[in-house]
Design a protein around this ligand. Sequence first.
Ligand code: 8YV
Length: 315
Amino acid sequence: MSKPHILQMGQLPEWDQGPLNDAYQVHRYFDAPDKAAFLAETGPQVRAIATRGDLGASADVIAACPALEIIAVYGVGYDAVDLAACAARDIAVTNTPDVLTDDCADLALGMWLALSRGIVPAEGWARSGDWAAKGGFALQHRACGKRAGILGLGRIGMAVGQRLQGFDMQIAYSARAPKAGCDDWRFIADATALAEQSDVLFVTLAATPATRHIVNAGVLDALGPDGLLVNISRAQNVDETALLDALEQGKLRGAALDVFEGEPKLNPRFTALDNVLLQPHHASGTFETRRAMGQLMRDNLTAHFAGHPLLTQVQ
Ligand code: 8YV
């Protein structure tokens, strides 16, 4: 029996590429020099798309695949998949939740601590010889025991909060509605009001059209000149121009960011700042988590083509 044809949107680790190649006729979109011509040639045969959270699948790509049945996302965020185009043709969409929650929450905490205590510049101070030549590193700011706001209390936001409890933080959160099981945490529906009550604001909510720029100039102003922002969600959730303005003008003490508009290229205004911690969208980037993400993505594809229920379907 011939292998189902799938369109692969981006590079995947070898431990996933091998099994995909064994099970499917894989068409590597990301390798095609002329992507329009490639889609015109291969699209009619494609029954599934394997993509990544950062790449998704546009309406144009979906339209070029008239036989498309499923889009399997390697990642928890599926905001880059055109969900309306999928719904119109009853194309299933799956993602890889849960398996990456802990590593994403761990990185968020690490980014916060590194930003608050100046761990990255302090490493340079020790390594460069400045410590010996110029004396002790500049005093930083205590991280623990302060007020933490969590914008979005999904799986990752909840895991961030559970970790923050170990740092004696006063925790507040914003979500569509109060969440069961976190009665010790204060529910504040409005992002600006949450920022006003926070020394550090963690942005952990899923990106949707409704959340675009939810962290705007008003939220940043409410967080204030002693405030810190940590974003491990999606760049679109933050008004990047307003953030850069606040950082440059001293209206925000610092920001730790794992996601950027136009990534992997960064706005050069970021690299000119010393009050930012820049990370290359690697919150899920551990061997353990990426192996689990790949397995779950492939398990969804396997289930689909076997006619079995999908494991983690989002629509
Ligand atoms: C990406 C992510 O999938 O889970 C997500 O939504 O943003 C990441 O894990 C990453 O681009 C994997 O390559």
